[in-house]
Write a protein that binds this ligand. Structure first.
Ligand SMILES: [Zn+2]
Length: 115
C-alpha cells in the first residue's frame, strides 16, 4: 500500500535530516583528521601511523562524497514530491513501481531505466 503524500513527505524530510547530520558528522571527522595529519607532517620522525591516516582519509572522503550525493538526492526528492513529480521516472516518465520506491525512496529512475 502506498503511503499518503504527507507521510511520504515526512519520511523524505526525515531522511534528508538524517543524511544532513551524517554529512556534518563526516565533515567533523575530516577536520579532526586534517589536524592529525598536520601534526604528523610537522614531525620529522617517520610516523608508522601515516599510512593509516592516509587510508582513513580516503575512506572518509569517499563516505563524505556519497553522503553529500545522497543529501542532494533527498532534497531533490522533496522538491519533486512538492511538484507532484515524485515517484515518476525522470527518463521514461512512467510511475516507478511502489516496491522499487520502498527499497530506495530517493530513486528518480525506475529499475529498467537505471540499468
Ligand atoms: Zn523509467
Amino acid at each position: 500500500m502506498a503511503p499518503r503524500k504527507d507521510d511520504q513527505r515526512s519520511l523524505l524530510v526525515e531522511q534528508q535530516e538524517r543524511v544532513r547530520a551524517r554529512v556534518a558528522e563526516l565533515e567533523a571527522e575530516m577536520d579532526a583528521l586534517t589536524r592529525a595529519r598536520r601534526g604528523e607532517f610537522d614531525d620529522d620522525e617517520h610516523d608508522p601511523e601515516g599510512a593509516t591516516l592516509s587510508s582513513q582519509w580516503s575512506m572518509l572522503a569517499g563516505l563524505l562524497e556519497s553522503a553529500r550525493d545522497e543529501s542532494r538526492q533527498a532534497a531533490d526528492a522533496v522538491e519533486r514530491l512538492d511538484a507532484g513529480e515524485y515517484g515518476i521516472c525522470v527518463d521514461c516518465h512512467r510511475p516507478i513501481p511502489p516496491a522499487q520506491l520502498e527499497a530506495r525512496p530517493l530513486r528518480e529512475r525506475c529499475v529498467a531505466c537505471s540499468a
